[in-house]
Design a protein around this ligand. Structure first.
Ligand SMILES: C[C@@]1(CC(=O)O)c2cc3[nH]c(cc4nc(cc5[nH]c(cc(n2)[C@H]1CCC(=O)O)[C@@](C)(CC(=O)O)[C@@H]5CCC(=O)O)C(CC(=O)O)=C4CCC(=O)O)c(CCC(=O)O)c3CC(=O)O
Ligand SMILES: NC(=O)C1=CN([C@@H]2O[C@H](COP(=O)(O)OP(=O)(O)OC[C@H]3O[C@@H](n4cnc5c(N)ncnc54)[C@H](O)[C@@H]3O)[C@@H](O)[C@H]2O)C=CC1
Length: 236
């Protein structure tokens, strides 16, 4: 069983050994995550050269040496030599680095998932190495069927209310109930229909009700006009 997490690599030194297409893909992902990337390889592709010249990364034009691991947080061994990759992994693992030899499950203390992305929402899929092709297929399915632009917009919208909800609603339990109600209610539909002012209105009403759950005057504005779209308010 692998333990799934999302790492904050911003400002963290990360090493990629190798400079072919596979290594380049790893470098791209790490740079996008804000990591400070060092590449070690005698020969690299055009992207790595360009990133090096524009100081996005540092490239050492030579073979790997053990000292390259010093100070690194995460290490990808992505050369075309399985033995070299395995040795890099063993050294990195002994030094407690987060390390992956590409396509070699026995020499990974983390494995790369297939990732579906839309805005701030990311879904990472792993089969624990049983079938990367299946992980990829599930990813494509999630990307097309679940992660619609509406889902990403909804996540950002809910995020924009998060601190206000925390400020006004005093217990975790009540905040949990509020968010559950919001997600089951009219807000997602209103946003998807481009009616953000109405969604804001509904959010304010949810906040009022959660802050004063026994107040008989706190009524949902949306339910009054569109009971069909506001499941959460039914029976209130
Ligand atoms: C254990 C792991 C270690 C790691 O590399 O992290 C690993 C290992 C191996 N991969 C192999 C083969 C393939 N890998 C892919 C693709 C991906 N492989 C990825 C991850 C992982 N691959 C980790 C486990 C992930 C999990 O939990 O499922 C993905 C998800 C993420 C990424 O690499 O970034 C990326 C798709 C992402 C995307 O597209 O976004 C394809 C398909 C393709 O390329 O189209 C094939 C051919 C089809 C097939 O074999 O399924 C082989 C056999 C080599 C051989 O037969 O010689 C091994 C070694 C072995 O099995 O022994
Ligand atoms: N290219 C592909 O489509 C796939 C590749 N892979 C795996 O990924 C590995 C890498 O693939 P590619 O990027 O295509 O390789 P590649 O052959 O294009 O590049 C290999 C890189 O490793 C570097 N290198 C070799 N020995 C080194 C050493 N001792 N120290 C530092 N750098 C060294 C080379 O300079 C070169 O930059 C493959 O061996 C294979 O295991 C897996 C699936 C598909």
């Amino acid at each position: 069983m692998f333990y799934p997490i999302y790492l904050d690599l911003h400002g963290r030194p990360c090493l990629v050994v190798g400079g072919g297409p596979i290594a380049t893909g790893k470098v791209r992902g790490l740079v996008e995550a804000g990591a400070l990337v060092t590449v070690v390889a005698p020969a690299v592709g055009a992207d790595v050269v360009a990133w090096h010249e524009s100081r996005v990364i540092v490239w050492h034009e030579r073979e790997f040496v053990a000292e390259d691991l010093d100070g690194q947080f995460l290490v990808y061994a992505a050369t075309d030599d399985r033995e070299v990759n395995a040795r890099i992994y063993r050294l990195a693992d002994q030094a407690n680095r987060v390390a992956n030899a590409v396509d070699d499950l026995d020499h990974c203390n983390f494995i790369a998932p297939a990732v579906a992305r839309q805005g701030v929402v990311q879904v990472a899929i792993s089969t624990a190495g049983s079938s990367p092709a299946l992980a990829k297929q599930i990813r494509d399915q999630v990307q097309h069927e679940v992660l619609t632009p509406e889902v990403a917009a909804l996540a950002e919208y809910l995020g924009s209310w998060r601190s206000e909800v925390k400020r006004h609603i005093d217990t975790y339990q009540r905040r949990q109930d509020l968010w559950e109600g919001v997600l089951e209610g009219c807000v997602p539909g209103l946003l998807a229909n481009g009616q953000q002012p109405r969604a804001d209105e509904a959010m304010r009403e949810y906040l009022r009700r959660a802050a004063a759950p026994h107040d008989p005057h706190a009524r949902c504005v949306v339910r009054d006009e569109r009971p069909d779209v506001c499941r959460a308010c039914k029976g209130v």
